[in-house]
Design a protein around this ligand. Structure first.
Ligand SMILES: Nc1nc2c(c(=O)[nH]1)N[C@H]1C(S)=C(S)[C@@H](COP(=O)(O)OP(=O)(O)OC[C@H]3O[C@@H](n4cnc5c(=O)[nH]c(N)nc54)[C@H](O)[C@@H]3O)O[C@H]1N2
Ligand SMILES: Nc1nc2c(c(=O)[nH]1)N[C@H]1C(S)=C(S)[C@@H](COP(=O)(O)OP(=O)(O)OC[C@H]3O[C@@H](n4cnc5c(=O)[nH]c(N)nc54)[C@H](O)[C@@H]3O)O[C@H]1N2
Ligand SMILES: [Mo]
Length: 815
């Protein structure tokens, strides 16, 4: 067993492998100081602080979580864990967990009992239903609960109550992933598999800092890079990430110009005939329009728009065009940027033009971010309809009504489910009068926070917040419900490559905290929701019975779970959906047979205009794609609405660092992780720093049309003209002090017309030095925020961050 400081060395030791080989197993583990492994028992789960879905087991002693260990036999991580997996579980036992419901009395939140709190919620719901109907009530949930919880919430909102106002924070996260998949393939569902990394000869990462955001997936790529016959790497990111450092070609476009770049890459692929004509003819519609569209984008045009040399664009296109096994991944650098869906769809188009789908090494991963974002989408808790059904298809709605035994008229489907930015508008206007927020912290994570705070604290909005901590959002609530967290409740979750894991309750929740599922079911019982036959709706009573109900809902749909059971998921590894009688062991890759879920009668969506977002009419779709092929959709570049200019000369982007998760409610309470990145910072390029006279560690003020924040300068490898601010730092801090430093004070109320995902990565900002620094910024040094000044002390975790690693033989790992 090796020991490593996994803060200093987040990816651990290399276990190189060659194309087509099985990724060697390496089991990482971390136990609290002084815990003897012989005294613990292990409870199966998976990682909850990103979408990779690393299988891990929870070490339990005396009803306390005391550590974690990766599972060597699992297909996703082969035992590896990242720093957030290794250390993040400690947040469960933070001393300031919510343990009792809170209720607002005379302006203050005070403790109360469950009966009083729930009675208040039920009274309010009933009054609103009677006076204003279901559209007065909205729900805003998460990508971090369990499948069973989302399905229950979906049935309550869309079915029992009949409101169309149900969305998830997946709107901020993977709405564009879902939209891009629907546009190209007629339906959500990740075509590729993580095992494509084992086979690919070229890996292209589009706006995806995988090294920090799926660190185990990056370990897999690093192991390929260290082995025989390594793949070529393309990185498209304005920052000098670790991915950029290893890239064969790194393109650093100006933020907001992705579509121009993609069109130029496609221009080259078409012009050089790096295409599979037979695949295009047999399996797709729309190629001629794309060819005409990209004809306007020779690399010189993109050079002017994106500010990257045409020669580099040509080099990147050649990598893509000469690949024989191409794996592409896409994430927030596209999804949260200008023309998000239009740009993400062009990545699908590269694969369609090249006929590279459904074969080992040939995959697209329109990535997810959160651990259960896939489930939010499948279960229809986010602006989708359960089972990837089509809200605009009456037969699909009738099918759901049959399943739930409700009158079809009860299910809202006069238009697409309301997205959260729209719900904010409705609350601002006053027609949305109750909002129930679960497992998300919008007072830090939504754009333009001054506006968000204003809306959430309006007297006319009854705000229910269900969380495990007293967050910035909870502070604005009328009722706060204390939830059980990961490790304290049972449920399933599905990662970005469709792998389903079971997470079992390992310990009791603190105090009176209750599983989200139990809270929702309690609400349904108190509201006395019933189906047409008078039976309770939902009819289930615990996680496993909810899972069984979901299986029926998924039957015959793309996300088919009918072949899965809790018992089966207790095996060595997670299993990929669809899993049913024809694919009892799950399905590694979709579309291997060139058949898509895009038949007009079956598809999840008829698609939208990529520029305006206007939904296509059913008849338009049927005319475009009568035989259910893949759809090649194209669009021209438009400049972003907000661009750098004289007053605000910088392009501002926001995002993540390796050591923190989102609004830090968990990672901010974990000593190893908090110490690695304790404070907000502002990244600026060496050239800009010199030009405007800023040095490492200077105190800066960044201002946009929305607001301002202060943070220390980190002079880094980010491209000139761009500032980067991590979005993790809200008002709350472990030091008990309040701070004005959230990136979303700066971001704009604007969204992609197709996916409605907010633009967290396109804004114009001004910069001013407030003070000379007295030392370097405390930003991490071994990530994209690496300083240009190499005298800055290196990020390290010391004795507290020593974790174990053990390399297993193929036999031990069942490989
Ligand atoms: N450590 C850590 N890991 C996480 C999370 C976390 O909070 N912390 N969160 C999880 C979640 S929910 C998500 S959604 C994922 C997100 O994972 P990522 O998408 O990898 O993370 P981000 O930092 O948001 O953005 C990725 C990159 O986009 C680049 N970018 C910004 N603007 C543009 C642009 O206009 N064009 C291009 N091409 N690139 C641009 C940024 O420079 C940044 O490096 O991470 C997941 N994993
Ligand atoms: N500027 C900027 N803003 C962004 C982004 C960006 O890149 N830049 N990224 C966006 C993206 S991709 C995302 S995913 C969002 C994330 O934004 P949020 O969803 O707001 O982030 P989290 O901090 O993960 O919030 C989850 C909340 O759920 C609570 N929680 C955890 N487990 C449970 C549970 O089991 N039950 C309950 N009831 N509560 C629980 C946590 O304490 C926390 O308060 O932020 C978005 N906002
Ligand atoms: Mo996300």
């Amino acid at each position: 067993m090796e020991k490593r400081d996994r803060i200093a060395d987040p990816w651990g030791d290399r276990t190189p492998y060659a194309p087509g080989d099985t990724w060697p197993a390496r089991v990482d583990s971390y136990l609290a100081d002084g815990v003897d492994p012989a005294t613990v028992h292990w409870v199966p789960s998976a990682s909850v602080l990103h979408s990779n879905g690393d299988a891990l087991d929870i070490a339990v002693r005396d009803n306390h979580i005391v550590g974690v260990r990766g599972r060597g036999t699992d297909r996703v991580n082969r035992g590896r864990l990242g720093p957030k997996d290794l250390f993040g579980w400690q947040a469960n036992s933070a001393s300031d967990r919510l343990t009792r419901p809170l209720i607002r009395v005379d302006g203050e939140l005070v403790e109360t009992d469950w009966d009083t709190a729930m009675q208040r919620v039920v009274q309010h719901s009933s009054d609103l239903l009677a006076e204003h109907g279901p559209s007065a009530i909205g729900f805003y949930t998460s990508g971090q609960l369990f499948l069973e919880e989302y399905y229950t919430l979906g049935v309550i909102a869309h079915g029992a109550l009949g409101t169309n106002h149900l969305d998830g924070n997946t709107r901020l996260c993977t709405a564009t992933a879902a939209a891009a998949l629907k546009e190209s393939f007629g339906c959500d569902g990740q075509p590729g598999s993580y095992t494509d990394i084992d086979h690919a000869d070229t890996i292209a990462l589009f706006g995806h800092n995988v090294a920090e955001t799926q660190s185990v997936l990056w370990s897999r790529i690093l192991d390929r890079l260290a082995g025989d016959d390594p793949p070529a790497l393309l990185c498209v990111d304005p920052r000098y990430t670790r991915v950029a450092e290893y890239a064969t070609v790194h393109l650093a476009p100006l933020p907001g110009t992705n579509l121009a770049l993609m069109n130029a890459l496609l221009h080259e692929i078409v012009a050089n005939d790096w295409m599979d004509r037979e695949y295009i003819d047999t399996h797709t519609v729309g190629f001629d329009r794309l060819r005409a569209q990209v004809a306007d984008y020779p690399p010189e045009v993109a050079e002017r728009i994106c500010d990257i040399p045409a020669a580099d664009i040509r080099a990147a296109a050649r990598l893509l065009g000469s690949a024989r096994r191409l794996l592409s991944t896409v994430l927030q650098g596209f999804y949260q940027s200008h023309q998000a869906t239009a740009a993400a769809v062009q990545v699908n188009n590269i694969h369609l033009l090249r006929g590279m789908l459904g074969r080992p090494g040939c995959g697209v991963l329109q990535m997810n971010g959160q651990p259960t974002a896939q489930n939010t989408r499948e279960c229809g808790a986010d602006g989708d309809i359960a089972g990837f059904r089509n809200w605009a298809n009456d037969a699909h709605i009738a099918d759901l009504a049959r399943l739930w035994n409700l009158d079809p008229g009860q299910l809202p489907h006069g238009g697409p489910p309301t997205h959260v930015m729209k719900m904010l508008d409705l609350a601002e206007e006053g027609s949305l009068r109750m909002l129930w927020v679960s497992a998300t912290n919008p007072a830090v994570s939504l754009p333009e926070l001054a506006r968000v705070r204003d809306i959430l604290s309006r007297a006319g909005l009854f705000l229910v917040v269900q969380d495990i901590f007293r967050t910035e959002t909870a502070e604005l609530a009328d009722i706060v419900l204390p939830a059980a967290g990961w490790g304290e409740k049972t449920g399933t979750f599905t990662n970005a490559d469709r792998t389903v894991h079971l997470s079992e309750r390992a310990v009791d929740p603190p105090g009176e905290a209750r599983a989200d599922l139990d809270i929702l079911l309690d609400y349904a019982r108190r509201m006395d929701f019933r189906d047409r036959a008078g039976a309770p709706l939902p009819a289930w009573h615990d996680a496993e019975s909810a899972f069984d109900a979901w299986k029926q809902c998924s039957a015959g749909r793309p996300c088919d779970y009918t072949g899965l059971t809790y018992e089966k998921l207790r095996g060595d590894s997670g299993i990929q959906w669809p899993c049913n009688a024809t694919a009892p062991d799950g399905t590694e890759r979709l579309y291997a047979d060139g058949k898509f879920w895009s038949d007009p009668d079956y598809c999840e969506s008829y698609g939208k205009d990529l520029i305006t977002g206007t939904p296509l009419e059913p008849a338009e779709y049927r005319a475009l794609n009568p035989d259910g092929k893949a759809i090649i959709r194209s669009a021209g570049y438009l400049p972003p609405a907000e661009q750098p200019g004289d007053r605000r000369p910088f392009a501002l982007i926001t995002g993540r660092t390796l050591y923190h998760f989102h609004t830090r409610t968990k990672t901010g309470r974990v000593p190893q992780l908090q110490a690695a990145a304790p404070e907000v910072w502002v990244e600026i390029s060496g050239a800009d720093a010199e030009r405007v006279g800023i040095a490492e560690g200077d105190q800066l003020e960044v201002t946009t049309a929305r607001g301002a924040l202060r943070g220390r300068a980190r002079v880094s490898g980010v491209r000139p003209g761009v500032l980067f601010v991590p979005f993790h730092y809200g008002y709350w801090d472990a030091d008990g002090q309040g701070h004005d430093r959230a990136a979303n004070e700066l971001t704009i109320t604007d969204w992609d017309p197709v996916s409605k995902q907010p633009l967290f990565k396109t804004a114009a900002a001004a910069l001013r030095r407030v003070d000379r620094g007295t030392g370097p910024a405390t930003a991490p040094t071994n990530t994209a925020s690496a300083p240009l000044d190499d005298t800055v002390p290196r990020t390290a975790g010391g004795a507290a961050a020593q974790a174990h690693s053990e390399t297993l033989s193929a036999q031990e790992a069942g490989g």
